[in-house]
Design a protein around this ligand. Structure first.
Ligand SMILES: *[C@@H]1O[C@H](CO)[C@@H](O)[C@H](O)[C@H]1NC(C)=O
Length: 124
């Protein structure tokens, strides 16, 4: 790799790390990670679910709109590996998007687009 390519790569990494990224959670770290953010957006999904796969990229795009300051965080929970969590939050269909804020949590019922979810989550 020449130095020019290298410095572009380093720059891209720096730029990427300034934004929030979607983070996978499981039963051992869910409570601690969700508590770190003012609002935690969680998408419950299953690997075989087509609607979940189609939401993945817009969700990543949405997460880049949040600053990396723990005000709004974006997480994923695989329901097939975290049954206790999906039971706790009464997940019936997937994908299900729930925002955890303070002591409450609110299920998102609107259109699954970055704009719509962004408008909703930033007003909670
Ligand atoms: C949960 O995720 C964390 C971070 O990726 C990992 O270290 C831990 O082993 C996972 N726990 C379980 C039960 O899968």
């Amino acid at each position: 790799m020449n130095t020019r390519v290298l410095s572009i790569a380093v720059l891209l990494i720096l730029v990427a790390s300034a934004f929030c990224k979607v983070v996978d959670l499981n039963e051992s770290n869910f409570d601690a990670e969700v508590a770190k953010c003012d609002v935690s957006l969680v998408t419950f999904f299953a690997p075989w679910c087509g609607h979940c796969k189609r939401w993945h990229e817009p969700y990543e795009e949405l997460s880049t709109r949040f600053a990396d300051d723990n005000k709004i965080c974006a997480f994923l929970v695989d329901v097939t590996e975290n049954r206790e969590l999906s039971g706790r939050y009464g997940i019936r269909g997937i994908p299900t998007i729930i925002a955890f804020h303070g002591d409450s949590n609110t299920k998102y019922e609107g259109a699954r687009t970055p704009d719509a979810v962004y408008d909703w989550v930033t007003k909670l």
